[in-house]
Design a protein around this ligand. Structure first.
Ligand code: MSP
Length: 657
């Protein structure tokens, strides 16, 4: 199917136990589970680690608010995560809690070692601190005087602390990321980290908190007045759980990790702190760190204060675990944000699962019952025309073969779509072959048997491919097809003839019964400007030349926009504005300054000399206090953004029409 790795070690972030789990936590964990299941099917030795991050300010504050001790807070909340993982059919091999002795010992030994080797030193710190993010910032880091990560208020702080010499690894890390293209994925996230590293002087990392301020943490082995900074403690879970400093054999077996799955919110800690920590420890780098996007409610970020957080338990109660897992995997293009609405869920469930997969399953099984006495028929390719069956099998095999490379490329939504395309092919084939019509003719038994056997074989392949995503339902389907093994193996997947003729099939009832949309108010979403226009359209008769309501503009309006080619002469970042670049462009007859929100997508130096397209007659405006004399054009889709350029040599100032 695709190149098999010799082992597969996958991790999720360890989740804070300050609150109950929500859909975001479920997503990363399901994603890891699907990848682990897939590798197990390939018979690749697999280790899947998840767990909880139990120290730090967030947990302490939650405990205080609940009137319990931090340890009680951990013990009560961890159960909610563990119960949810059970419910979601998560098959982790290990669950680490950072309050466990096996982890604390490793953290302390690591700290002592780094301290002894002068990788950690004590110093006076003066700066800004964000309680929410538990991170220190310099004056320069702040955005409008607030935390650059979460935008909240920061506190001024002066205290003595311990620091990890992270800054000395800045150049090494830049080179490492550049030399290892798959290290941070998707690649635009690698660019984001590189942009950060190349444009900021990396500071040493404060790895301690005085107990007088925060007592809930792992005590520094060389100073009892301090506990360890929660991120320094937490990141070490990825190695403490697999035997670092405690079980050399186990550590060798699993490390380096194949894939750290994270959300985009924790990119810096994983792609800057963690690699430099490992480098200082003398430990090999993980093979990849993959940052996925956010689940949004409609177009709005999920947040407790907006009350739009999707509770996984509610969805599971309504439609079952497997459908929930399927939706999350099929709906999110890895790396980009995706939206969870009841509407999109019900739509996908009914079309993919109830209509396509559910329908083809019940058709195949009920026809085998009716025309073949409920026993798997014997394929009879001799003496009959099998061209339609051969073509169908070829299509399904092609879908199966495309799956491996897609999973290696982390295109999980694409891999599921490929299998679903195969499922639809079976349906179309049945419609065209129409065994129910054949059954009305004499002497067609062999043709019907071959038809239904082929359809069942194709279904077997699809069920095996979907097993990592929907294990329980796909086992149900396999059992219905008369298969007795506990789980599929991808080894004999695309061999025709695995199903045993004569074996009893069963009718499991509807695998995925249709569901209806519940009539309830939608979660608050960002106002949609189109809506307003439509409402206006109802009350105001439209002028023929100005068809505003239907979104169309006139030729004259297009001609009023002056677009020109321009060559980028200089590009630089704007202090305090992570997303903006200041460009000096040559517009043929003049030079202009343009401010553009492309800093997360393009390194400034990569832009010099590019011919782009700009709107030249836009009224100048100030962005973050910097004047912009025009606007450049770029195409964007989800997280991807590409500049609009011209197809070949043309000088600056050429009109674009
Ligand atoms: N404890 C740290 C991680 C330490 S790892 C060494 C932490 N915990 S967390 O509880 O806040 O979980 C963050 C992770 O949950 C994100 O990185 C992401 O994997 C997942 N998600 C939380 N909300 C999410 C969405 N709305 N959408 C998708 N996933 C998000 O940070």
């Amino acid at each position: 199917m695709s190149e098999k790795p010799s082992k597969y070690y996958v991790t999720t972030p360890i989740y804070y136990v300050n609150d109950k789990p929500h859909i975001g936590h479920s997503y990363t964990t399901i994603l890891a589970d699907v990848l682990a299941n897939y590798h197990r099917l390939l018979d690749v030795p697999t280790h899947f680690l998840t767990g909880t991050d139990e120290h730090g300010q967030k947990v302490q504050q939650a405990a205080d608010a609940n009137g319990i001790t931090p340890q009680e807070q951990c013990d009560q909340t961890v159960v909610r995560f563990q119960e949810l993982w059970k419910r979601l059919e998560i098959t982790h091999d290990d669950f680490i809690r950072t309050t466990e002795p096996r982890h604390k010992t490793v953290v302390q030994e690591t700290l002592q070692d780094l301290f002894d080797r002068d990788e950690i030193y004590r110093a006076e710190y003066e700066g800004w601190y964000c309680v929410g993010c538990e991170r220190f910032f310099t004056e320069k880091d702040l955005l409008d005087g607030n935390c650059p990560e979460c935008g909240r208020k920061v506190d001024s702080i002066v205290e003595s602390n311990y620091f990890f010499r992270m800054s000395k690894y800045q150049d090494w890390l830049i080179k490492y990321i550049e030399d290892h293209p798959g290290f941070i994925q998707p690649s635009f996230r690698a660019n984001e980290t590189l942009g950060f590293l190349k444009n900021k002087e990396l500071q040493d990392l404060c790895i301690s908190r005085p107990k007088s301020r925060l007592a809930w943490g792992i005590e520094l082995p060389f100073d009892q007045d301090f506990v360890t900074y929660v991120w320094f403690d937490a990141l070490i879970n990825y190695i403490s759980a697999v035997g670092y400093r405690s079980n050399e054999e186990q550590f060798k077996q699993w490390w380096p990790c194949s894939c750290h799955l994270i959300g985009k919110d924790i990119l810096t800690t994983h792609t800057v702190y963690w690699p430099t920590m490992l480098k200082a420890m003398g430990v090999e780098m993980p093979q990849s760190i993959f940052a996925h996007g956010w689940w949004l409610t409609g177009r709005t970020k999920m947040s407790k204060s907006l009350g739009n957080v999707v509770n996984p338990m509610d969805m599971i109660d309504r439609c079952g675990v497997d459908a929930f897992r399927y939706f999350l995997i099929a709906e999110m293009t890895l790396g980009q944000d995706a939206s969870f609405t009841e509407e999109s869920f019900v739509k996908r469930y009914n079309s993919d699962l109830a209509n396509d997969l559910g329908n083809v399953t019940s058709r195949v099984l009920s026809m085998i019952s009716r025309y073949c006495d409920g026993k798997m028929p014997t394929p009879a390719p001799e003496g009959i025309d099998t061209s339609m069956e051969d073509a169908l099998w070829k299509d399904v095999v092609a879908a199966a073969e495309s799956m491996g490379p897609m999973i290696s490329d982390m295109k999980l939504d694409g891999s599921v779509a490929a299998v679903m395309a195969g499922v639809r092919k079976i349906n179309v084939y049945l419609q065209e072959r129409a065994p129910w019509s054949l059954a009305k003719e004499e002497g067609t038994e062999a043709q019907i048997a071959h038809c239904l056997y082929t359809a069942a074989e194709c279904l077997r392949v699809c069920a095996a491919l979907l097993y990592p995503v929907m294990p329980a339902k796909m086992l149900e389907l396999r059992t219905a097809l008369g298969m007795s093994d506990a789980r599929p193996h991808l080894g004999r997947l695309i061999e025709f003839g695995v199903l045993v003729p004569g074996s009893e099939i069963s009718q499991p009832g509807a695998l995925f019964p249709r569901i209806e949309l519940e009539k309830k108010e939608e979660a608050p979403a960002a106002p949609k400007p189109e809506k307003k226009k439509q409402e206006k359209k109802k009350t105001e008769p439209q002028k023929p030349e100005q068809p505003v309501g239907d979104g169309l503009i006139t030729f004259d309006q297009v001609m009023a926009v002056s677009m020109k080619t321009a060559v980028i002469l200089e590009a630089e970042r704007i202090e305090g504005a992570d997303k903006l670049l200041k460009l000096q462009v040559d517009l043929g007859s003049e030079k202009r300054q343009i401010v553009a929100g492309i800093a997360l997508h393009y390194a400034p130096e990569s832009l010099i000399g590019k011919t782009i397209v700009v709107v030249a007659n836009l009224k100048p405006a100030k962005l973050r206090g910097v004047e912009s004399q025009g606007m450049l054009l770029a195409a964007s889709c989800g997280e991807t953004l590409k500049l609009v350029t011209v197809d070949g040599e043309i000088g600056p100032g050429a009109a674009v029409k």
